[in-house]
Each structure stands twice: as structure tokens, then as C-alpha cells.
Design a protein around this ligand. Structure first.
Ligand code: ATP
Ligand code: MG
Length: 269
């Protein structure tokens, strides 16, 4: 089993500008450094604004964003995964690895360098989607291997190791529709971790299982993140399972106008 060997991660054709290293108060390098970032969304006259005056996340941190439906959790996660372009940016830097420089993500968006953002996302970010997102025509093994095969990484026992840890080893050759919801969520977590990204972003990874299963899945997830030194950012409706896992909770405040046509959430942390 070669899962203990740290894989080399590279980004090809880097053209992004660098900044000086920035660190957290504890001296850890920051993976994300955001200042005055805003995302506005509007549909049928109903507007939403997410405002982030300041957000700093250190490498190896485990972060939770806990809030009610519609407060902007997925909007924030999608911006952090370079899926959604922010509307306004003071500063948005991302450090792919501990010993690398921070990259100016806003410069990438502004220059239309979508391919580079896609490359960064593929290589350094694992995403557990709110809706699961497993491909129904692939087996569990193939689903878990998906990010690895997109990156051209050879088989190294990682998928089997994760399946063992997540308690789904017996299901590797099944398709997702033959699994329970909780098993599918564990596959989605395994898939997000298997290529050893720097960070895993998880949007409500335990939303559709009972509280007992949610606690179990969550502690498996955090255990894997610690084993592989992966930074974690996760969104959830409920804080109860996360407090004992040592997650840092981002603070946020949501304000709605009286007729609910405009909502603003301010996140800091
Ligand atoms: N594509 C879109 N166009 C316009 N508004 C959107 C869009 N997607 C989401 N919104 C609005 O943005 C706000 C934040 O949505 P978001 O999905 O980030 O919330 P959430 O906290 O993830 O909610 P949930 O817990 O239900 O997943 C909501 O008011 C939503 O209606
Ligand atoms: Mg959401």
C-alpha cells in the first residue's frame, strides 16, 4: 500500500501572479486569503448578496460554515472552488501547496483564464457535492477513481484503502443505485479524497442521512482529512456533529428586508 507516500502535485503553465507568503497567527501558511469579496445573485427580482470582508483559512485547518437554507453556504463554497466568479474582489488568493506561493485567483478570472482555474480545481480541490454527484453508470470503484484517472494518476491502492476506511470495500464493484444514501455519501467522500487534494470542500455531506449515520460519516471524513493532511471546509445546517470534531466555525450574519426581496449574508473568519 503506497498511500503513505506523498504524491507530487503540479500545476502546468502557471501564469498567475504571486504574492509574498502569508501566514495565520499560528504561523501556518494560508490556503485562502480573501478580502472584500462580494457575490451578488438575482432572479425574478429576488436578490441575494454574500459579502466577505475578510476570510483567512490556514493549511490543515478544518472549517465549518453552519447556517440555514438560503444563507449562502453553497455560494461561498462554489467561489472557493473557483466554480462561481465573485462579483467584486479586493483580494482573493489561493495557495495550492504548503511550500508554494499564493496565486491571485481574481487575476485569473479577470483575464478569462478559465482553463487554469479548472486545472487548479482538478488537482488541488476535492468537492463533495450537496446532491452527491456520483456517476450512475460507473461502479463505486470507478467513481472513487474518477479524479485520479482525470489527472492520469496510476492505481496505487488508495481507492481500496479509502473504501476499507469508509466501510464500503464490499461495494466496490456495485453501481451507486445499489447503495444506501449513507453509503453513497461515503463513496462521494472517498472520491473527493482519493487524488490527495490540498483541500476538500464538502457541501452538506451528511444532509440526507439520520443523525447517527451523519456523525459516523463525519468522523470518518475528518479522520481521513487528518490522515492525509487535507484542509477541510464544509457546509452544514447543523453544528451538533461538528463541534466535537474540532472544527472552527465561520461566523456569519444574515439580514433580510421586510418583504424578503433582498437578503445579505456577511461571512468572516
Ligand atoms: N443561480 C442562482 N441565481 C440566482 N439566485 C440564486 C442562484 N442560486 C442560488 N441563489 C440564491 O442565492 C441565495 C443563497 O443560495 P445558496 O444555494 O448559496 O444557499 P445555501 O445556504 O447553500 O442553501 P441550502 O442550505 O438550501 O443549500 C439563495 O437566496 C438562493 O435563492
Ligand atoms: Mg446549499
Amino acid at each position: 500500500m503506497c498511500v503513505g507516500v506523498r504524491m507530487r502535485r503540479q500545476t502546468s503553465g502557471r501564469v498567475l501572479s504571486n504574492v509574498n507568503s502569508t501566514t495565520s497567527q499560528d504561523g501556518d501558511p494560508l490556503i485562502y486569503h480573501l478580502r472584500d469579496v462580494v457575490k451578488t445573485r438575482e432572479a425574478e427580482g429576488v436578490a441575494f448578496r454574500l459579502r466577505i470582508p475578510s476570510l483567512q483559512i490556514a493549511m490543515g485547518e478544518k472549517i465549518a460554515l453552519v447556517g440555514k437554507s438560503g444563507c449562502g453556504k453553497s455560494t461561498l463554497l462554489d467561489m472557493l472552488a473557483f466554480i462561481l466568479q465573485p462579483s467584486e474582489v479586493g483580494d482573493f488568493h489561493f495557495r495550492p501547496e504548503r511550500d508554494e506561493e499564493s496565486l491571485d485567483i481574481n487575476a485569473c478570472w479577470k483575464s478569462g483564464n478559465i482553463n487554469q482555474l479548472g486545472d487548479l480545481r482538478k488537482r488541488y480541490i476535492g468537492y463533495v457535492m450537496q446532491t452527491g454527484g456520483l456517476l450512475p453508470y460507473l461502479t463505486v470503484r470507478e467513481n472513487m477513481n474518477l479524479c485520479r484517472s482525470v489527472l492520469g494518476l496510476p492505481p496505487n491502492g488508495m481507492v481500496e484503502h479509502l473504501a476499507e476506511e469508509l466501510g464500503i470495500i464490499a461495494h466496490l464493484d456495485k453501481r451507486p443505485d445499489k447503495l444506501s444514501t449513507g453509503e453513497r455519501q461515503r463513496v462521494a467522500i472517498g472520491r473527493a479524497v482519493a487524488h490527495r487534494p490540498s483541500i476538500v470542500i464538502a457541501d452538506e455531506p451528511t444532509a440526507s442521512v439520520d443523525p447517527y449515520a451523519a456523525e459516523k460519516v463525519m468522523s470518518m471524513f475528518i479522520g481521513l482529512a487528518e490522515e492525509f493532511e487535507i484542509t477541510v471546509i464544509l457546509a452544514s445546517h447543523a453544528w451538533e456533529h461538528m463541534e466535537q470534531l474540532g472544527l472552527r466555525q465561520l461566523t456569519h450574519e444574515t439580514i433580510r428586508d421586510h418583504n424578503r426581496m433582498f437578503t445579505e449574508t456577511v461571512v468572516t473568519g
